[in-house]
Design a protein around this ligand. Structure first.
Ligand code: SF4
Length: 218
């Protein structure tokens, strides 16, 4: 496992690589961000952005989603995986926003997590990006990178990964680190083809060193 000193080096290097990392889901307000993050489950941000370009022109408020037939909303997001479930969840969460929050997105993780289709990761992203609350949302990239680098153990659950990262990274760095780890995983330490041979973290990364040894034997 990496020491605190090593983790500080990791944070510095990924900041050097991705100083401007930020949420790539296009949105103009917390409500659009919430809808985009719900749509992004098991789907790329690029595809979500393609769909929301038109979606957000047609649907601007929670009422807009509730006032169309379910089938129409399903048609409008059908190119996104799990669109049937996502349509139902979006209508349910919009109903809750109207009935319990005056149509406004709540700003705490606890309240966000109670909305339909909103899990811990989504709540963390919205709380952090829309409301500036410190949070580390663990998605597939964050989990993979944290485990490959030895910040967390391979057997750790997503929740354990989040708790370990929160323990080992200063709170004021949580949100920035979350975005940088996503960029690092999405564009450099990719799932199928991590770029170990040019990685500035290779000296610290047992997984990368293992891969390099393997490839030099081939
Ligand atoms: S050395 Fe390879 S596995 Fe390790 S962080 Fe870099 S790219 Fe990822």
């Amino acid at each position: 496992m990496l020491t605190k000193k090593d983790i500080n080096i990791v944070l510095e290097k990924i900041e050097d690589m991705f100083p401007d990392a930020e949420c790539e889901l296009v949105h103009d307000n917390p409500f659009e961000l919430l809808i985009a993050v719900v749509l992004s489950a098991q789907c790329t941000d690029a595809l979500v952005n393609k769909v929301t370009e038109d979606l957000f022109k047609k649907y601007k408020t929670p009422e807009d989603y509730v006032n169309v037939p379910l089938e129409e909303l399903q048609r409008d997001i059908r190119s996104i995986g799990l669109y049937r479930n996502k349509s139902k969840n979006i209508r349910k969460l919009c109903t809750t926003l109207i009935e319990e929050y005056g149509g406004v997105v709540p700003n705490t993780k606890q309240e966000l997590e109670k909305l339909a289709g909103v899990g811990r990761k989504t709540a963390n992203v919205v709380a952090s990006v829309a409301f500036g609350e410190p949070a580390i949302a663990v998605d597939t990239h964050v989990e993979r990178v944290a485990k490959r680098l030895g910040i967390c153990r391979w057997k750790d659950s997503v929740l354990e990964v989040e708790k370990t990262l929160m323990r080992k990274i200063p709170k004021e760095e949580w949100s920035n680190t979350h975005h940088r780890l996503i960029f690092f995983g999405r564009y450099h330490c990719k799932a199928k083809s991590p770029q170990c041979e040019i990685c500035p973290l290779l000296d610290l990364c047992r997984e990368g060193q293992k891969r390099m040894r393997k490839s030099s034997k081939v």
